[in-house]
Design a protein around this ligand. Structure first.
Ligand code: GLN
Length: 459
């Protein structure tokens, strides 16, 4: 066992070095320790992951490598404890191969906003890999690992999965423990998985899912064998096509890829039904109130006293100011200011309370669809394929990347992206959305579509 595991780690390391070489290296990893990975491989227990190297996003706590959230403010921070997801990976035989680059504190859709510089898309190195879990998506797309962990608050696993041509899953809120995931927006955050194939993603989710007494929001719902969903027929399954996710100005070739996927679902025995989720357009405005509000509170702990960076200033207050101004990048600073504003007296009712009310309407859209005989929804994952590095300078334009993904985070429902073909030579993703805790149903359809598209799905 350990010889094979060692060989797998060595192959990952060789590939990671290869794609990082030269001036346009992909810059996928923030932290690696190959000697430690070999030692883990030697000691890896038998289990479903059996020596498999896994890439882990830099906001998921590991005892053996730094956990810095792509931020200067966490420079040098090594967690004294391990996240539950990483503990479960190791218990299942997985090897932590490295920590992946990300948008600072998971705020972004391009992995350009990292203290370590941008990650490049392995399929088109002048383009972004998506974000914020861009390093994890790229690690799988570049063939370094088959499985990676990321995190989702508004689309940070599904969007980079789509842009890199791999599979990405955001589980139900509560399906996976958040213990040891550095908090961004606690009512939305969830650890997600990347896989080179649907089966790899099913394997990874199975290893980390389930109730954890250390996370009170994790739920005690039995974890089915997601890989077994591969054998489940689609006959009788009703897949809804929500009209709000197919606007008239949708990129025509992306629409064509989605229509082809829907035809293949139909050919596999599913029924396709037009549905409406009328509050979809409100998801981005609501998300950009709720997420920054929670972030402004969660990020208050980074004050130079307990973790990472400390910059001197005049007195205690001066130290706080210097540390926070010098430690956080511009996007994180913008979110903290936005969040502080919408929570402040006089604006709370107009913004935060209103956003919570509209969030409820978005959740009810899904409830209504899923109680009207629709089992799953299918949509494009993103409005466009990967965009060039440096091209998106307007924050609002960047936020619109999540227009088809943030809804599932707001409602807490599971969703996943898988490759459905290419536009201009770049991969695009199709998204399946399921009712709470029905990940297995989502996987059954994803397996069927992957089979029907064949190995050329990403071409
Ligand atoms: N792109 C979104 C944001 O910037 C979502 C990020 C995420 O899911 N972590 O907030």
């Amino acid at each position: 066992m350990s010889a094979a595991a060692r060989a797998a780690v060595a192959a990952s390391a060789a590939r990671a070095d290869e794609v990082n070489a030269g001036a346009d290296g992909l810059n996928i990893f923030a932290w690696r320790d190959d000697a430690d990975a070999i030692a883990q491989a030697d000691a890896a227990p038998d289990g479903p992951l059996a020596g498999l190297p896994v890439a882990v996003k830099d906001n998921i706590a590991t005892r053996t490598l730094p956990t810095t959230c792509g931020s200067r403010i966490l420079r040098g921070y090594v967690s004294p404890y391990e996240s539950t997801v990483v503990a479960r990976l190791r218990a299942a035989g997985g090897v932590v191969f490295g920590k992946t680059n990300m948008d600072e504190f998971a705020m972004g859709s391009s992995t350009e906003h990292s203290a370590y510089g941008p990650t490049r898309n392995p399929l088109a190195p002048d383009r972004v890999p998506g974000g914020s879990s861009g390093g994890s998506a790229a690690a799988v797309a570049a063939g370094i690992v088959r499985v990676a962990l990321g995190s989702e608050t508004g689309g940070s696993v599904r969007q980079p999965a789509a842009l890199c041509g791999v599979v990405g899953v955001k589980p139900t809120y509560g399906r996976v423990s958040r213990y040891g995931l550095v908090a961004f927006a606690s009512s939305l955050d969830q650890v997600g998985v990347f896989g080179a194939t649907v089966d790899d993603a099913a394997l990874a989710l199975g290893a980390i899912a389930g109730r954890d007494p250390r996370d009170a929001t994790s739920v005690d719902v039995p974890v089915p064998d997601y890989r077994a969903a591969a054998d489940r027929p689609l006959a009788g399954v009703v897949i809804g096509k929500p009209r709000e996710y197919f606007p008239s100005d949708l990129e025509p070739r992306l629409r064509e890829r989605c229509d082809r996927a829907l035809d293949l679902f139909r050919a596999a025995g599913a029924e396709i039904r037009d549905v409406s989720l009328p509050h979809t357009a409100l998801a981005i405005p609501v998300y950009y109130i709720v997420a920054p509000a929670e972030a402004s509170s969660n990020l208050a702990r980074f004050d130079g006293v307990r973790y990472g960076l400390r910059l001197d200033g005049d007195g205690l207050r001066g130290m706080y100011e210097a540390t926070r101004s010098g430690g956080f990048g511009p996007e994180v600073t913008r979110r903290i200011m936005l969040g502080t504003y919408v929570l402040s007296a006089g604006y709370y009712d107009a913004y935060y309370r209103k956003a919570q009310q509209v969030r409820r309407l978005i959740t009810q859209d899904f409830d209504r669809a899923f109680t009207s005989g629709v089992h799953l929804l299918f949509t494009p994952t993103t409005p466009t394929p990967a965009f060039p590095i440096g091209a998106t300078t307007d924050p609002y334009e960047m936020y619109l990347n999540d227009i088809f993904t943030a809804t599932a985070n707001l409602a807490g429902v599971p969703a996943m992206s898988q490759p459905i073909g290419r536009v201009d030579g770049l991969p695009v993703g199709g998204q399946l959305i399921a009712p709470h805790f029905a990940e297995d149903r989502m996987f059954a359809a994803a397996f069927a579509l992957e089979r029907a598209l064949g190995p050329e799905a990403a071409r």
